[in-house]
Write a protein that binds this ligand. Sequence first.
Ligand code: ACO
Ligand code: ZN
Length: 259
Amino acid sequence: TQSISEIARVKNLNRLQIGKHEVDAWYFSPYPQEYAHLPVLYLCEFCLCYFGSPFMLSRHRKRCNLMHPPGNEIYRHEDLSFFELDGKRQLTWCRNLSLLSKCFLDQDSTGCHIIGYFSKEKESADSYNVACILTLPQHQRHGYGRLLIQFSYELSKKEGKLGSPEKPLSDLGLLGYRAYWAETIIDLLLTTSDDVSIDEIAQKTSITHADVMNTWFFKHYKGQHVICIPESVQERYKKSLEKRKRRIHPEYLKWKPPV
Ligand code: ACO
Ligand code: ZN
């Protein structure tokens, strides 16, 4: 006999069609029973409502007039936008997003566009600036995770706070964050000529002291922690920073922390 938790974890969906993409579901997601085990679940890529057949979806698209996520567009530069949603006001959309995101996240995710998204507590007792982050599989490894992470730190800067992602991090989450922390710190060090303290790095980047410390080999020198980045690593990062097409331009961010 299977335990309830085992049953709950068995993947129940096969494939999802989102816009012109079709992808495999990775994990269990609590879509209603009648939608589970269909060969393909058809999603409206704008409202994220789900349907059992292409016919049902096309009928829906005649009525659904959404062309972007609901909520406030709080950032736009060239062809990239961010929308801020409120879980209470855009309840259905957020519910649909949670169902979709759960297909690719192994643990239960609290609260939870369509490249990806991150969720964030309005107020975090543990100074978390991200609860949960996801790039949809068809868009992974194109730098969007890095953009989402940078965006979350830009929000922390507006709040005047240091922030860190909620733990535990998934394996991919850790890889993404490690890469971001390392690049951000190297970028800062390469563009400032003076000595920089860990505290200054934290204040300028909103990355917590602990995360700054975790990224690099800090050496003790005359009773102080000294950052030591080999030339080879610097060169590698300079090259990868140069080839980054997209980054967040904070001057386009229009957002105030909730009161
Ligand atoms: N293998 C090795 N390194 C990786 C991988 C991978 N599969 N994915 C990301 N990285 C590292 C690389 O250094 C990469 O830089 P590079 O491509 O220049 O080498 C860097 O992370 C950033 O990659 P992006 O393309 O910006 O990241 P992506 O858009 O793929 O999103 C994310 C990363 C969000 C973690 C994605 O893998 C994902 O959604 N995974 C499933 C859900 C998940 O695990 N979310 C995190 C949970 S923890 C939390 O939410 C706090
Ligand atoms: Zn729709």
